[in-house]
Design a protein around this ligand. Structure first.
Ligand code: ADP
Ligand code: SF4
Length: 676
């Protein structure tokens, strides 16, 4: 049963006219589903309600075509035809006794890539569409436009009531339209909406009033706002508005901290700013902080920092987090690792996914439940080879399905790449991918784990198994073939080229200057550079991209990564392709002009592609004796090297689809068509 220390988390909280059944509050967060995929979205949000979240909100919801988010899937309440899609979500949430919230949104300087209408801003500003910002500006809002904005909010709020929402937001942060009004650097208006703080908060106040009027006491009116000690005026603005909404959803000024990756930001990063604001209002306060520890959650409630535990990522990694705490199963909580792969995929315009929870986004499409996996009688004995993220997940799922599972891992330590990479600076939390699975396996009597068991094809055939899953991973190549080159580099005699695996395995580089050639563009290049600096080596990171760790812009960590490299004196050389290595130097060409130059390097570490460790898989397929096996399958990096999230997903998908007969797993993917 539940630990009484956590009782406080299960107290109901009154939010104006409605009551949340507990303090677990899934704040509005993007999902990459939006109005395009209403059933996918409803199932995704409904799962969180089933998992015990007392409040479940949908994502940013545009009030009108004068504010769309182009290539990104946003929700909308533009007209009455949008209501049915939202009702799917509110029904799914209400089914479990939770409240449903909607964050009404006007994007301000977000260019309307879809509707092609001019975006409107407090003044004419450059577009702010993140990575996709085109060179266009907003139209300055006239007084009549401000009246229209109020009217659009009222109309959308009335539709929100019809759709069944219990909480309706005024969204006054994250750089969107209302933030423009609040920001004295942006708001240059000479009318009653500009100048003093009182004037600049006027539109927020009016929107709160109009939302309250439109929802006629049926919904709580929430306001999402920035409070930040580095912006003292934000508390002045907060004080003026403090008693107006029914609920405050508070955040801070720096989005890279608010949803910071665990490489740079820990649990509860907002608490000091939030606590200060909480002292200025009698209304309940919710705030995020990637809370996964119930001790921290209970503490921030008890010490008065906030009233509700806000969460986006922890609710994605484990929709059943509240239920598990309630049932006294804290050790079963699948803790978020703070990798931001979820966020990256929304920014790529596709439904989010999660490294820890492979069922995220698949609740409707594949009918996957994160906690219930159908058992299959007669699966018999399954041998899983390789204990990396793919093999661990496959073994876990097969264990849940009732198979007799043997997991053989060559090394003493389980975890594969997760164990090796999580030793790099900032990546320690990623071990949760391994640790959660190892702990779950330990609870399954029908799973046996054999470390230090490198398997050959002969060994595999000696084991009396019906099915074999090969999850042997991949190894880094050294020829620098990758995204920017298809032919191997020239390595002259005396060239010292090392594999990334050498460093990941803790191998020595005695001394000198190491050049990392980063054609991978994600976290590993910067993380390896910081590791080598920690070992006292001189490091240069050379990349064909315009910035170091280019792809990590999607995970909202590129700026912090570049700052860390600069602070650690790593030399960054951009826009160059590695061509060859000689004793003491490397040759590269400019990606634009092709002009060649050399750079001093005692050691070169190409971070480009991985070669699949699929020898065992193909050998098994070729062996006649393998004919008595019902199936030989491969998963994870051994099939197609990718993200850790891809490996977990692959292990899950193959294990979940495995049939007793050994027939190819059913790969049924429903396609969603928007509701008309
Ligand atoms: P993935 O991301 O696909 O899970 P990893 O590289 O992280 O891949 O993990 C692969 C794991 O497989 C490693 O821990 C490695 O030691 C193990 N392994 C590779 N070959 C064998 C083998 N022949 N027998 C047992 N384990 C193996
Ligand atoms: Fe957390 Fe990573 Fe999952 Fe996002 S993808 S919820 S950051 S584990």
């Amino acid at each position: 049963m539940r630990d009484p220390r956590y009782d406080i988390l299960f107290e109901p909280v009154r939010l104006g006219p409605v009551t949340a059944k507990n303090r677990f509050y899934q704040v509005p967060h993007c999902s990459g589903m939006g109005w395009h995929r209403p059933r996918t979205l409803a199932a995704f949000r409904g799962m969180k309600a089933e998992g015990g979240w007392g409040v479940v909100c949908t994502e940013y919801c545009s009030v009108h075509p004068t504010s769309d988010d182009g290539g990104l899937p946003f929700a909308s309440l533009w007209d009455d035809e949008d209501i049915a899609a939202h009702a799917l979500m509110t029904d799914a949430v209400h089914e479990h006794g939770s409240l449903a919230g909607v964050e009404l949104w006007h994007g301000g300087a977000v260019a309307n890539l879809d509707s092609r209408l001019p975006a409107m801003g407090v003044r004419s500003r450059a577009s702010r569409n993140g990575l996709m910002a085109p060179p266009v500006q907003t139209r300055r809002l006239e007084k009549a436009d401000i009246r229209d904005i109020l009217d659009l909010q009222a109309r959308a709020a009335r539709r929100a009531v019809q759709a069944g929402f219990d909480i309706v937001y005024v969204y006054a942060t994250h750089g969107y339209l209302l933030s423009e009004f609040l920001n004295p650097e942006v708001n240059d208006r000479g009318d009653e909406y500009g100048g003093s703080v009182e004037n600049r908060v006027r539109i927020v106040r009016e929107l709160i009033d109009i939302t309250r009027e439109a929802t006629r006491g049926k919904c709580a009116v929430a306001t999402r706002l920035t409070v930040d000690r580095s912006i003292p005026e934000s508390f002045e603005a907060f004080e003026i508005l403090a008693e107006l909404p029914d609920l405050w959803d508070l955040t801070i000024g720096d989005y890279d901290v608010e949803m910071g990756s665990s490489r740079f930001v820990g649990e509860g990063a907002l608490v000091e700013d939030v606590a200060r604001a909480r002292g200025l209002t009698s209304k309940p306060v919710v705030a995020v902080g990637r809370f996964t520890s119930p001790d921290t959650m209970a503490r921030v409630i008890r010490n008065g920092t906030q009233d509700l535990i806000g969460a986006a990522r922890p609710s994605i990694a484990d929709p059943f987090l509240p239920k598990k705490i309630e049932e006294g199963r804290v050790e079963d909580v699948r803790e978020c690792i703070g990798c931001n792969i979820c966020y990256a995929h929304d920014s790529l315009g596709v439904p989010i996914r999660c490294t820890q929870n492979p069922t995220t986004g698949e609740e409707w499409r594949r009918g996957w439940h994160p906690e219930r996996i159908e058992r299959e009688r007669g699966l018999g004995r399954v041998l899983v080879i390789g204990g990396g993220p793919a093999g661990l997940e496959a073994a876990r799922v097969l264990g849940e399905r009732g198979a007799q599972v043997m997991l053989a891992e060559a090394k003493r330590e389980l975890g594969g790449r997760v164990s090796r990479e999580s030793r790099l600076p900032g990546l320690a939390e990623w071990r949760r991918v391994r640790d959660w699975r190892v702990a779950q396996l330990a609870r399954l009597d029908n799973v046996e784990v054999f470390p230090e068991s490198p398997m050959s094809a002969a060994d595999v055939l000696e084991v009396e198994a019906e099915h074999v899953i090969v999850a042997t991973g991949a190894r880094w190549t050294t020829d620098a073939v990758g995204r920017h080159r298809d032919a191997p580099i020239e390595a002259a005699s005396g060239a010292r080229v090392l594999s990334v695996d050498h460093v990941l395995d803790g191998g020595e580089i005695p001394s000198g200057r190491v050049l990392i050639y980063d054609d991978d563009h994600y976290y590993l290049g910067p993380a390896l550079a910081l590791e080598l600096r920690r070992r006292g080596l001189e490091v240069v990171l050379l990349t064909p991209a315009g910035r170091a760790g280019q792809w990590s812009a999607f995970t909202s960590e590129q700026e912090s990564a570049c700052a860390a490299l600069i602070e650690s004196d790593v030399e960054i050389v951009t826009n160059r392709v590695l061509e060859g290595v000689e004793a003491g130097r490397a040759r590269s060409t400019c990606v634009f002009s092709g002009r060649e130059s050399t750079i001093a390097a005692d050691w070169v570490l190409p971070l480009t592609l991985r070669a699949t460790n699929d020898g065992l898989y193909f050998e098994l397929l070729a062996r006649e004796e393998a004919g008595r096996l019902k199936s030989v399958l491969r998963v994870g990096d051994c099939e197609a090297p990718g993200l850790i999230a891809s490996a977990v997903y692959s292990g899950h998908r193959v294990a979940r689809g495995m049939r007793e007969t050994g027939e190819a797993p059913a790969d049924e993917v429903r396609r969603e068509r928007a509701l008309g």
